[in-house]
Design a protein around this ligand. Structure first.
Ligand code: COA
Length: 254
């Protein structure tokens, strides 16, 4: 099952299937996709944190027992469902943070990669071991790992299926920081982001998501355009006025 806990503007989404190390079967992944869809549209939610129940696993991947019975058509649908969940994390108009509290393997690593920011517990283990099952990463791993860590590092990890610890993940840029307890670090960062202008965050996320694709010149043009348009927002006026008046800004999201 999926738990959603709200703390003012921060929503913590917990994949809770501890007896299977939070591996995602069809009902859990569907529930996760639906929960993310609702949070994406809820303007009162400013930041979304994704984590796993217990202290052993973030998400140990797609449920292999479930996948072993799929035919080609069903496997395509299964892949599409995972991509929907990843797509929501990547494109929802607010920051998403993965709090990786243990195994983040296969689909678990892929959903973490779809988040904007990743933090890991010291005992976390990350990897794309699909090759050992005779399959390939199917929820974005062949693309997003390269975007986050570089193509050479990504190829080695997906070709070998090697599972790495938190220290190596930090060194290769797969996670932003290593901290125990990891949820505390994620909540702290989420609270910080929730205090910023949600309009500025939304615009930055949209623009930053274009950084590694499309046409560089038109992406820069879009940034210049958006920068100017933001000056119509109350938040921009508040932020700059607060600086001049030497007081903290109070952003309203308008
Ligand atoms: N799918 C289905 N069940 C899974 C699972 C997965 N991806 N990962 C773990 N589980 C289940 C195990 O089958 C086991 O259930 P059981 O007690 O009914 O047999 C339970 O979770 C505990 O896992 P177990 O393997 O006993 O724990 P461990 O500490 O010995 O090993 C892992 C942990 C993560 C190394 C091991 O479970 C593993 O390799 N999982 C698969 C990871 C993977 O390949 N993910 C990518 C899928 S695309």
């Amino acid at each position: 099952m999926i738990r959603v806990d709200r703390d003012v503007a921060v929503a913590v989404v917990t994949v809770d299937r501890e007896d299977a190390l939070n591996a995602l079967d069809a009902s859990t992944l569907t529930e996760l996709r639906d929960a993310l869809g609702h949070l994406a549209q809820d303007d009162d939610v400013r930041v979304v944190v994704l984590t796993g129940a217990g202290d052993k696993a973030f998400i140990a991947g797609a449920d292999i027992k479930y996948m072993s019975g799929l035919d080609v058509g069903q496997a395509k649908e299964w892949g599409a469902l995972g991509h929907e969940a990843g797509g929501l994390l990547e494109t929802m108009p607010k920051p998403t943070i993965a709090a990786i509290n243990g195994f983040a393997l296969g689909g678990g690593c892929e959903l973490a990669l779809a988040c904007d920011i990743r933090f890991a517990a010291t005992g976390a283990k990350l990897g794309q071991p699909e090759v050992n099952l005779g399959i390939i990463p199917g929820w974005g791993g062949t693309q997003r790992l390269a975007r986050v860590c570089g193509l050479g590092v990504a190829k080695e990890l997906i070709f070998t299926g090697r599972v790495i610890g938190a220290d190596e993940a930090l060194r290769i840029g797969l996670v932003n920081a290593v901290h125990d307890p990891v949820l505390e670090k994620a909540r702290e960062t989420a609270a910080l982001l929730a205090s910023k202008s949600p309009i500025a965050l939304r615009m930055m996320k949209e623009l930053a998501n274009r950084a590694l694709g499309g046409d560089h010149a038109s992406n820069l043009k879009a940034e210049a355009e958006t920068f100017g348009e933001l000056f119509a927002s109350e938040d921009a006026k508040e932020g700059m006025t607060a600086f001049v008046e030497k007081r903290p800004p109070a952003f309203k999201g308008r």
